[in-house]
Design a protein around this ligand. Structure first.
Ligand code: EPU
Length: 347
């Protein structure tokens, strides 16, 4: 049933299957498509946000729906990419929260604006990007982000938060903590480079790929193409096989524990991130706990990247979550490391 109000359309008992890349079938009591900040203001004035905290949906590429959502889901579809400032060295863009992230990367590369080419093919929308500070192949969103614009659910006003106040960390930001459930991101401002671009290609698989292709001095288009090729070889396409990218974060452990593990498990990879902390690839731990490419019922881990949990079709949120717990338990038993989900688990 579809009911029309002054501007936003409200869909009752809406099917969320097409709105989450894991392809979990779940329902929302109401689903409202938001195409502008003004619509949020209108909803604010109806008193809706006083009654309930809405569930905010971007591209649905980083969530696990464990069941139906009893309240209102706002699907953020605010569009637009605009060039705000341009100098000889840089270009500043304002981008709507509903823009598909990869379309933005394509747009930037086509206009010869650099800084986000390493972040090609990350699924999801622009508005979701700051929440977990998306990152790949040596670059994180925080490196190019100037500010975030958000709608405050309590005051009904839009505010701008500068990069340095977003408390960005590894897959982390203020939007996962103090501002969680309190704001809706409506847009971001990016600070991109103009030629000659600084190029980041030190990440191992990216460097190896460029060497293999005999590309000695890579430009942003070379990096963009390389990242797409690497991702396609490792990560499943959600339109073909349900997934939410990396399911767990790469754990950061004490250097002492890493030393013990290296003796017990020679070959365990680790990246030193400070004097006493080491980041370990969760994919390696899951693979060496015996889970890579294994299927249990409708769910499993991807054959080319054990960190990606997949829905082969028809899985419920509960089934996928149970599989994640099995993996977490065996990794904890074998390595003494607790894996923490990277995706948002929606109860
Ligand atoms: N590895 C294995 N087995 C596996 C997978 C990985 O042994 O099945 C080990 C290998 O040693 C490999 C290392 O893990 O060299 C790193 O693997 P990869 O380059 O694929 O990166 P990752 O650490 O598994 C992270 C991000 C990805 C991002 C890539 C590239 C997290 C949780 N994930 O994965 O992000 O694309 O680096 O930068 O930090 C996402 O967040 O959804 C995501 C896909």
């Amino acid at each position: 049933m579809t009911q029309k109000d002054s501007s936003a359309q409200i869909h009752k008992n809406a099917d969320l299957t097409p709105y989450n890349t894991l392809g979990i079938s779940a329902k929302a009591a109401s689903l409202i498509n938001i195409t502008s900040a003004e619509q949020l203001k209108e909803l604010f004035e109806t008193g809706l946000f006083e009654k309930e905290e809405p569930f905010i949906l971007g591209g649905g590429s980083n969530i696990l729906l464990k069941g139906d959502i009893a309240g209102t889901v706002l699907k953020i579809s605010i569009s637009g990419i605009s060039l705000e400032v341009q100098t000889d060295e840089r270009a500043e863009l304002n981008v709507g929260a509903g823009v598909n992230w990869h379309s933005l990367v394509e747009w930037a590369v086509a206009h010869n604006f650099g800084g986000i080419e390493n972040l090609a093919l990350i699924p999801g929308t622009v508005g979701a990007a700051p929440i977990q500070n998306i990152g790949a192949y040596g670059v994180e969103l925080k490196d190019v982000l100037k500010s975030v614009t958000f709608f405050d659910l309590k005051t009904g006003e839009e505010s701008v938060l500068k990069q340095q106040h977003c408390r960005f960390g590894y897959r982390d930001s203020i939007f996962k903590h103090e501002l969680k459930g309190k704001v809706i991101i409506t847009g971001i401002r990016l600070n991109l480079t103009k030629p000659p671009h600084p190029i980041e290609c030190s990440y191992r698989s990216l460097d190896e790929y460029l060497r293999k292709k005999k590309i000695a001095t890579a430009g942003i288009k070379d990096v963009f193409d390389a990242v797409i090729a690497i991702r396609k070889s490792k990560l499943p396409d959600p339109s073909l096989i349900g997934n939410a990218g990396s399911f767990f974060k790469n754990p950061v452990i004490d250097a002492e524990l890493f030393k013990d593990l290296s003796e017990k498990f020679p070959g365990i990879p680790g990246y030193k991130i400070s004097e006493d902390k080491v980041k370990v690839p969760a994919g390696w731990l899951i693979e060496h706990a015996g889970w890579k490419g294994k299927r249990v019922g409708n769910v499993g881990t991807y054959e080319n990247q054990a960190l990606v949990l997949v829905n082969y079709g028809g899985a419920s949120g509960e089934e996928l979550w149970n599989h994640a717990k099995r993996i977490r338990n065996t990794v904890a038993k074998k390595f003494g490391i607790e894996l923490v989900p990277e995706v948002n688990i929606v109860e």
